[in-house]
Design a protein around this ligand. Structure first.
Ligand SMILES: [Fe+2]
Length: 363
């Protein structure tokens, strides 16, 4: 996949006053990270913890930020994710890697994608091994490593499809290839360390002082760690993070994918794609859809906005869709709140459309 040279956003990143907060959950030893390119701008949070959601939202408010994305580096076994609660309270987009076992997230990323908000872009690096859905997010001066690489440690590989050989490849083949000065921000620390660098970890991380993949596999297979205390609660909870789309359907605001196939193309239907440009390019679009990215929805559905006027002046019925039906379910609620009572969404999104054999065009 083609990548824009990192220099473009280094300049933007340096030119702006990036906001960066490392937040800590003492119970699980989890670090969460809040990022924004400027005061008053869009923000994203990485690895939020459910019990700390009030604190995050207070900080978001104090810094005058608009939380637009909540991201998990992987499906956690030691705490319950804050993704669902943050989505319910801010209508932000939930994001995980495409291998995730979570029932529904708004957006799934793959290796080589970019995780973007206004003024910031993080390169998406697939780093399996701790789990098979583990990702790292790279900026020019820092990397968020989840549990793949910890400070003087590495994430265990003995459950959740963990694989010590994959972990070795992710660490030695990918993360340690980053410049030595790259700051390492992990998802956990139990000793009180907050940040490290790639060079420091290569030199001093005891788990990385191995001569071969076999030696690393051997080391990881003999750790004999007890399961995390929260595992039996956290894993099932984190697999059920999706928005209950049933409520939207119960109100009659949902259209199933087979129904959508029948009505798309009718003259009174205005089909609206809420996904980002990269998702459209990567996964295709439903032919004939208008592109209105989810973050710009509010300005479009208020009185005077393009979608508002389209629905009011031409009597077109808005039919929203996105990747899995989360953004579109939130959009249909917002449109109803704005008085656009004929608005509907395609339940299950493009994923359901594909399963129903719906045609696709290039995005
Ligand atoms: Fe983990």
């Amino acid at each position: 996949m083609q990548r824009t040279p990192a220099i473009c956003y280094i300049r933007r990143h340096k030119g702006s006053r990036m906001i960066f907060r490392q937040l800590f959950d003492q119970v699980s030893g989890t670090y969460s990270y809040l990022l924004a390119s400027r005061p008053g701008g869009e923000a994203l949070i990485i690895d939020p913890v459910l019990e700390r959601v009030d604190r995050y939202l207070q900080l978001v408010k104090e810094l005058d930020l608009n939380l637009v994305k909540a991201v998990d580096t992987h499906l956690h076994a030691d705490h319950i994710t804050g993704l669902g609660a943050l989505r319910d309270r801010t209508h932000c987009i939930t994001v995980m890697g495409e291998q995730t076992k979570a029932d529904v997230v708004s957006m799934r990323l793959g290796d080589g994608d970019r995780l973007t908000i206004e003024g910031l872009a993080l390169d998406v690096l697939y780093t399996p091994g701790h789990t098979d859905d583990s990702y790292s997010f790279v900026m020019p001066d820092r990397v968020f490593t989840g549990d793949t690489l910890l400070i003087r440690g590495t994430g265990r590989t003995d459950f959740q499809n963990g694989d010590p050989r994959a972990a070795y490849e992710s660490i030695f083949g990918r993360l340690l290839k980053l410049p030595d000065s790259t700051l390492v921000y992990p998802a956990h620390d139990y000793k009180g360390d907050t940040v490290s660098t790639i060079g420091e970890e290569r030199a001093f991380n005891p788990r990385l002082q191995v001569r071969s993949a076999e030696e690393y596999v051997d080391l990881m297979n003999n750790l004999k760690l007890p399961n995390p205390k929260m595992m039996d609660v956290a894993v099932p909870a984190n697999m059920k993070v999706g928005l209950a789309q049933e409520e939207i359907a119960r109100r009659g605001w949902a259209v199933t994918a087979p129904e959508a196939r029948r009505i798309v193309g009718e003259p009174d239907i205005a089909l609206i794609d809420l996904r980002e440009r990269r998702e459209r390019e990567r996964h295709g679009v439903i032919p004939g859809s208008l592109h209105v990215p989810y973050p710009s929805l509010q300005e479009n559905i208020r009185s005077g906005g393009v979608l508002y006027e389209l629905a009011r002046s031409t009597s077109k019925r808005l039919l929203f869709y996105c990747a899995f039906g989360e953004r579109s379910a939130m959009a249909v609620q917002a449109a109803q709140d704005a008085g656009l009572t004929a608005a509907r969404h395609i339940e299950g999104g493009l994923d359901a459309w594909k399963q129903a054999g719906g045609p696709l065009a290039q995005g």
